[in-house]
Design a protein around this ligand. Structure first.
Ligand SMILES: [Zn+2]
Length: 261
């Protein structure tokens, strides 16, 4: 997707679309059956820009944290408002560093407005392109572009992915839909930092599974990105609470009691 199309994109703001979007959240396709015994926090990056792969990953590495990078292969080696996007070398470096690569479709389509066959074909292309770019690790994670989904699509993705992450704010726990997990957006605003900070502080009192997502990590970020010092502050706060800062696969495995502490 080019910067131009990213700017032009608007979710369907009609009343029926808004109602459907709300109802979709409550149409649970794959409920999490266990409760987190310790807080798991996943720092994640969508699309994903090179600044996430280098600066973002470095900030995680400083405290031994592992993150997830959702790759939209149609954006690979292109440039948009988030800066230069990832390439094959980034996939290699991130997986070598213990970070996880997730799927994010090939064309960054609005899954709420596309028919099921189109979405599934787009996802298959995304996975095939990641393999063609040399990614050898299995892709078990997905992030909905724009956070947009449909109730009928969610069960279809459950046979392809362990987790699909959305963009609606909130913590995750027992009963949360693994096909639309909640996440706190970290964008260029101070408010988004405050919301993520509050969520991390709350998670220190009640074990939960938190996702935080952003895009580029630059001194002058896009509207969807964040500054390095802000990301670093959140990562260190999360580390100081004693939470496990892990990939979504590691978090799910720990919550299900299949490995981890
Ligand atoms: Zn995206």
């Amino acid at each position: 997707m080019t910067a131009q199309t990213m700017e032009a994109y608007q979710p369907d703001r009609s009343l029926p679309a808004k109602v459907t979007r709300r109802l979709t959240r409550w149409s649970v396709a794959s409920p999490l059956k266990a409760s987190p015994q310790r807080t798991q926090i996943c720092f994640t990056f969508d699309d994903f820009p090179k600044s996430a792969a280098d600066t973002g990953a470095e900030i995680l590495d400083e405290v031994g944290a592992k993150g997830c990078f959702y790759a939209c292969t149609g954006m690979a080696s292109t440039t948009n408002l988030s800066g230069d996007l990832f390439d094959a070398d980034d996939l290699k470096a991130l997986t070598a560093g213990g970070h996880e690569i997730g799927a994010h479709t090939q064309t960054h389509l609005d899954c709420a407005r596309s028919d099921t066959a189109t979405v599934l074909a787009d996802i298959d292309t995304n996975l095939a392109q990641l393999a063609a770019m040399g990614l050898e690790t299995p892709v078990t994670q997905f992030a909905w572009p724009y956070g947009e989904t449909r109730a009928r699509l969610k069960p279809k993705l459950a046979s392809r992915f362990d987790v699909a992450r959305g963009v609606l704010a909130g913590p995750n726990g027992k009963g949360s839909d693994l096909m639309q997990l909640s996440a706190y957006e970290l964008d260029e605003s101070e408010d988004s930092v405050a919301r993520a900070t509050a969520a991390i502080e709350r998670s220190a009192r009640l074990p939960t599974w938190l996702f935080i997502f952003t895009h580029d990590v630059r001194e002058r970020p896009s509207p969807w990105g964040t500054r390095p010092d802000r990301l670093r502050r959140l990562v260190r706060l999360a580390r100081n609470t004693g939470a496990e800062l892990v990939t979504p696969s590691m978090a799910l495995s720990t919550i299900r009691g299949k490995g981890g502490a």
